[in-house]
Design a protein around this ligand. Structure first.
Ligand code: AVI
Length: 326
C-alpha cells in the first residue's frame, strides 16, 4: 500500500499492478463461460466506456433509480442530517465522481471525506477538484475493491464518527449472502457512526423491465460492452453485435437479471478455453436485486446495525436507510 499527497488531500491505493491483476482475474472469470449456467462477473460492465454508458443510463426516462434517490435526498436531506448528527467522517463507497456525496456536504457538514473506489484515475481527478472547492474538509482517496476488502486507514477517520455512504442501490448488484457479508464488513468499521444507504425497492414488473431495457438501447450497449471489455483484457474473440441484450424482472427472486443471448450458433475462443454457443443460449451478466423495506431492515439488523430509519419517495419505489452502528 502506498500513500502520496495530492494537493492537500491524501491518497492510499493498493500497491499492485492493476493491469496484470485484471488480466488474471478476467482469465479466471472466463471459466464462468464453461459452466452449465454460463456467467460473467458484473464488474466487466465497467471499463471506461461502460462507466460512461452507465452515466447515460442514469439520465434515461425509464431508469428511475438515480433521480428518485436524488429526490429523496432533496426532500429529506435536512432530516437525515439531524438524525445522523455532527462530527462525522463521511466514507463514500464507490465514490466515482464524488458528486452524490458533495451534494450532501452542506447538510451533513463532514469534517473528513474519504472517497473509496476501484477506479483510481477517475477518483483522483474528482477529489482534487472537490478539495479545491471545499478546503476546510480533510479529504482522502482510497483505491480499493471494497466488495472483497474494506480497509480504511484509521488516520483517515481520526477521532470523527465513521459514517459510510453507499448510494445508488449498488448493494442490489450483490447476491443476498454477499450483500450481507459486505454490510457486516461495513458494520465492523462503523462503530460510533453508521451507514447511509440507497436501496431500490420491489415494484411492478413493467416498470423494472423498461428500466433495464430502454427504448434507445443504451442498456443493451452497456451489457454488450462487457464482451468488448473481456476481449481487450484476455484476447477472447466475442463479436458483441452477435449477442442480444435480454433483461427481465424475476418476481419470485425479486431481481432483474441481465443476460446476453447468442443470435446464431457461434464458437468463442480465449487463451486456455473455447466454447460453442447455440443460437438462443445465454450468458448471465448481472443481477439487480430489489428489496422490500422490512426485508432490508432485517438484513441491516442481521449485519449488526441498530434499528434503522428510512425515507422513500411518494410511490415507494426507492428507499434511503440510515442504519446506526452504536
Ligand atoms: C450500478 N447498479 C446499481 C445499476 C443497477 O441498476 O443495478 C447497474 C445497471 N445495470 C443496468 N442498468 C443499470
Amino acid at each position: 500500500m502506498t500513500i502520496s499527497e495530492a494537493d492537500s488531500s491524501s491518497w492510499t491505493e493498493e500497491g499492485v499492478d492493476e493491469a496484470a491483476t485484471r488480466h488474471a482475474v478476467a482469465l479466471a472469470a472466463a471459466e464462468g463461460l464453461l459452466r452449465a449456467d454460463k456467467r460473467l462477473p458484473p464488474w466487466l460492465l465497467y471499463d471506461q466506456r461502460g462507466s460512461a454508458l452507465f452515466e447515460e443510463i442514469t439520465e434515461l426516462p425509464e431508469y428511475y433509480p438515480t433521480r428518485t434517490e436524488a429526490a429523496i435526498f432533496a426532500a429529506h436531506g435536512a432530516e437525515m442530517a439531524t438524525t445522523i448528527g455532527p462530527g462525522l467522517a463521511l466514507i463514500d463507497l464507490g465514490a466515482g465522481n464524488c458528486a452524490k456525496a458533495a451534494r450532501l456536504f452542506p447538510l451533513l457538514e463532514p469534517k473528513r471525506y474519504v472517497a473509496v473506489d476501484i477506479s483510481v484515475g477517475f477518483l483522483r481527478d474528482a477529489l482534487r477538484r472537490l478539495q479545491r472547492e471545499q478546503p476546510h474538509i480533510a479529504m482522502a482517496g482510497v483505491g480499493q475493491d471494497f466488495s472483497t476488502t474494506l480497509e480504511i486507514p484509521a488516520e483517515l477517520v481520526g477521532s470523527d464518527r465513521p459514517v459510510f455512504f453507499y448510494p445508488g442501490s449498488s448493494i442490489g448488484n450483490f447476491e443476498a449472502a454477499d450483500a450481507l457479508a459486505l454490510l457486516r464488513r461495513i458494520r465492523e468499521r462503523a462503530a460510533g457512526g453508521g451507514l447511509l444507504i440507497g436501496v431500490d425497492l420491489v415494484k411492478p414488473k413493467a416498470i423494472l423491465d423498461a428500466a433495464y431495457d430502454d427504448g434507445l438501447g443504451v442498456t443493451a450497449a452497456f451489457n454488450r460492452n462487457a464482451l468488448s471489455h473481456l476481449n481487450r483484457l484476455i484476447g477472447s474473440d466475442f463479436a458483441p453485435r452477435a449477442w442480444r441484450h435480454v433483461a427481465f424482472y424475476d418476481a419470485a427472486r425479486a431481481r432483474v437479471e441481465m443476460h446476453l443471448e447468442a443470435s446464431a450458433d457461434v464458437e468463442v475462443a480465449w487463451p486456455g478455453g473455447r466454447r460453442r454457443f447455440a443460437a438462443g443460449e445465454r450468458i448471465h451478466t448481472e443481477n439487480s436485486c430489489k428489496y422490500r423495506v422490512d426485508a432490508f431492515r432485517a438484513m441491516l439488523l442481521d449485519a449488526g446495525f441498530a434499528v434503522s430509519r428510512h425515507w422513500t419517495d411518494r410511490e415507494g419505489w426507492f428507499a434511503v436507510f440510515w442504519a446506526p452502528a452504536p
